[in-house]
Design a protein around this ligand. Structure first.
Ligand code: SF4
Ligand code: SF4
Ligand code: F3S
Length: 368
């Protein structure tokens, strides 16, 4: 997919010094799984005067996905995003409103037909003709169906747009539907960036990939960029050594919880959730992600897990054996053999946890 321009960009990155800017480009290269040297190519692409126009359409959402763009720093990711793209329309961020905003939207669609990126947050209600979510008196279902065929690419941002999210939880009274399911009959592919909210770096890196290489990043079979969603959280979690060593928090606030032990028994869904939040933390702040703050992952970004599986249900553990490389954790008895001991103990404990989970599951099934 070729990106065409040009679009004027007068104040590009003027608020960021060169050192921070190159650090940022290198960080994006790392997020994309590219060698550090790709940072130079990324820097060239993002300082080009061509900015892709973006139209941001909102369905049934809580504004959290827009808010996540505005809550980061060092350098401010909102300024990066808004310097990289030309945001033509966003109900939440528009300066104008009402007829003015709608007229500007129509002008943008006509002007950038076939060139704009359509970003959608929120699910699309399809029941009763989509009347449960309307913009300017029109169902968002109709607006999406009209707009998407004219876009160069469609990105569903957040779990609501990717999987239906909150509104699609049982009994789904509005017929909340993911964007890709609405557009599939039209043969339109959608990039899914799930999360509640998703990490802004995943959106930013997708857009930068588009800018740098002229095409969207590789996607998995669920339409998610593989650079961000090819690993289970459990594989790279900072608490993984505690899991492998059999150290768990049993209750919120107990000694294990206060010591930072594994949250598996509190219902952590990290073992069945694909996302990079255990590596790329939120708000550019180390430790700023659910598990880092002591809250079990509830599988917000995984289809049919977040908003569908009860919070305290124990997760299925796909890979109970320890990874080859360990993340750092403070060992209780520090000596050179600790990591080796973790490896051996981890295999045993991992198997025990699976057995315990299965046993609990069997017990719950029998009780049900
Ligand atoms: Fe809000 Fe989460 Fe849905 Fe985004 S994915 S709109 S943050 S509920
Ligand atoms: Fe981390 Fe959760 Fe896995 Fe424990 S179960 S290691 S807290 S992802
Ligand atoms: Fe969501 Fe779990 Fe990450 S709740 S933000 S996928 S840790």
């Amino acid at each position: 997919m070729e990106f065409k321009g040009p679009y004027p960009q007068e104040t590009l990155f003027s608020s960021i010094n060169r050192r921070d800017f190159m650090k940022f480009c290198t960080a994006v290269a790392a997020t994309l799984g590219l060698p550090m040297s790709a940072g130079v190519k990324i820097a060239e692409a993002v300082t080009s005067p061509e900015r892709p126009p973006v139209i941001w359409l909102s369905g049934q959402q809580c504004t959290g996905c827009v808010e996540m763009l505005l809550r980061t720093d060092h350098p401010s990711i909102d300024s990066l995003i808004f310097n990289l793209i030309s945001l033509e329309y966003s109900e939440t961020l528009n300066a104008g409103s009402g007829h003015q905003a709608e007229a500007a939207l129509q002008q943008s669609i006509e002007r950038y037909k076939g060139e704009f990126i359509l970003v959608v947050d929120g699910s699309i209600p399809v029941k009763d003709g989509g009347i449960y979510c309307q913009i300017a008196g029109r169902p968002v279902l109709d607006i999406l169906n009209e707009m998407a065929p004219q876009a160069a690419a469609v990105i569903a941002i957040g779990s609501c747009a990717s999987w239906g999210g909150v509104a699609a939880a049982e009994p789904n009274p509005t017929g909340a539907t993911p964007v890709h399911a609405v557009l599939k009959p039209k043969g339109i592919n959608v990039v899914n960036i799930p999360g509640c909210p998703p990490n802004p770096y995943n959106l930013l890196s997708t857009v930068i990939h588009f800018l740098t290489f002229g095409k969207l990043p590789d996607l998995d079979d669920k339409g998610r960029p593989t650079f961000a969603y090819s690993r289970l959280i459990h594989e790279n979690c900072e608490r993984r050594p505690h899991f492998d060593a059999g150290r768990f928090a049993d209750e919120f606030g107990d000694e294990g919880h206060r010591k930072g032990y594994c949250l598996y028994k509190l219902g952590c869904k990290g073992p069945e959730t694909f996302n990079n939040c255990s590596i790329v933390h939120y708000n550019d702040t180390i430790g700023c992600w659910p598990v880092g703050t002591g809250c079990p992952c509830f599988g917000c970004s995984e289809e049919k897990v977040g908003f569908h599986v009860p919070l305290f249900t124990k997760s299925k553990v796909a890979y109970p054996t320890p990874p080859n490389q360990f993340t750092e954790a403070v060992p209780e008895r520090g000596n050179g053999s600790v990591k080796f001991a973790y490896g051996v103990a981890g295999a045993v404990v991992g198997a025990a946890v699976v057995a315990a989970a299965k046993r609990d599951g069997d017990k719950e099934d029998k009780q049900a």
